[in-house]
Design a protein around this ligand. Sequence first.
Ligand SMILES: *[C@@H]1O[C@H](CO)[C@@H](O)[C@H](O)[C@H]1NC(C)=O
Ligand SMILES: *[C@@H]1O[C@H](CO)[C@@H](O)[C@H](O)[C@H]1NC(C)=O
Ligand SMILES: *[C@@H]1O[C@H](CO)[C@@H](O)[C@H](O)[C@H]1NC(C)=O
Length: 467
Amino acid sequence: MGKRQRLVNENVGFISDILLLNFSVVTSHLGAGKNRSIFHRVVHEWKGMGIERFCYPPKPPICSWFAAFILLICISLGSACNIVHCQSLFSSAKDAEKSTEIKKLAALQRESPRCISLRTYIDCLVKQKRFCHSDITFNGNLAGLKAKMYRHKCSADPEASIFDQETMQVTGPRPPSVDRMCSYSGQPIYKQCGLFGDPHLRMFNEEFQTCKVEGAWALVDNKHLTVQVTNDPVINSGDATATSKLTVIIKKNEDCASSQFITYTAQTGHLPGSFSLGQTHYGPERSVEIIEKEPGKSVVIYLRYIDTTIKVQQIGRYFTFAIKMPEEVLNSSEISDKLELCVQGCPNNERINYKQYFSEVQRTNKHSKMALSKALKMCRDASVVDFYFDSCVFDLLTTGDENFTAAAYQAWQDLIELNPELRQTQDNRTELPIVPSSASSEKTKFWYSSRILLLSVLLCVLLSIPS
Ligand SMILES: *[C@@H]1O[C@H](CO)[C@@H](O)[C@H](O)[C@H]1NC(C)=O
Ligand SMILES: *[C@@H]1O[C@H](CO)[C@@H](O)[C@H](O)[C@H]1NC(C)=O
Ligand SMILES: *[C@@H]1O[C@H](CO)[C@@H](O)[C@H](O)[C@H]1NC(C)=O
């Protein structure tokens, strides 16, 4: 009796050993990316050679039966733990690391693009945890990935971006969760404004203007922030002006920013990566933050509590500026009687009718610092279209400074980065706009004078008729 009991115990202990052994073998084969048919073959091999070797006392039938039964369970459990999918997602993410989109996102999160791939892998594995919690490969991978995240100094922000295979794009920073402090929770409808070149303005209402606006002007001036630019004459170029100084003032906000104004100032040749007092963030959980995307060339300021992004870049000697703000915040924070170029546009006497200038240059080919044909070619090569094409040509003609080509291109890129939907708002035009006004005015002038002539002839005839 006692002996038999011991035998059963031994069997049970042995069976549980087999169970563990098989389970890890089966699942690690799965984990290594083998498909089902290979997997079955492996199972059969085991049944033929392996079990007999491990069964002691030799070949009690119960052992084989149990093993077969357990293997079946393992098959069903194992097939549910599908980490192959995560591995392929990871390799797609790695392939996408060189894309500018991912690079930008990583820079925004102050980490390397590899972090986004690693995070994607972890995210995918964690979703499989229910099926894989006892899989050695699974657990090994997870631990290894976490160590790599640490080595790469990846952001620990739970909101940080991951790679999304479906769209083959990175899902941007996820919308802030409601319980996060100082997060905007209003309507997600946004408006964009931008200023670049000799200054060309894209207003919040999607209107485009080219202006003189020499001196200091406010682009945005509301209850939350002020953005002021100083436009100076471009060296050696008559009337042209361009932005050489830019100041952002973030107004007092005890809860989410600072109990004092926060200022940021950039001047030609000096685009700092921090606010004026040297800090790079304010408020709880960095609700105000400045991110240096390229030292001395490009910074982004983000205000989380009003979900507002400001981009400033220096190209050549001058700045390009772009801002994205929720419409709701704009509507509610206006201060009456303040001139904001982004809202009201340039005053009439500051506007430049660049179409007229083009027709003048086309007619006389004078008053330009660069040949029209060269300017047209350069701007076509820069792949800017529509208003940005006009701006590019205009700036080259008025200044001869080739850096303005890059400014027009960058201004357009900034805007579609802030809102990719804007891509559709521009047409493909890379010809100068036709100026119907001057042609038609010539026609009307002619029409008018011929009428006057006719009238006077009639009058003469009438008068000359003896009464
Ligand atoms: C254009 O930009 C480059 C690089 O920023 C600079 O070295 C060069 O002086 C600029 N050209 C002019 C005319 O300002
Ligand atoms: C903002 O104001 C404009 C004009 O008054 C209005 O059409 C728009 O619906 C408002 N938007 C929001 C989000 O309140
Ligand atoms: C713009 O050009 C691209 C290729 O040159 C073309 O695929 C696209 O349909 C064009 N879009 C418009 C609005 O003409």
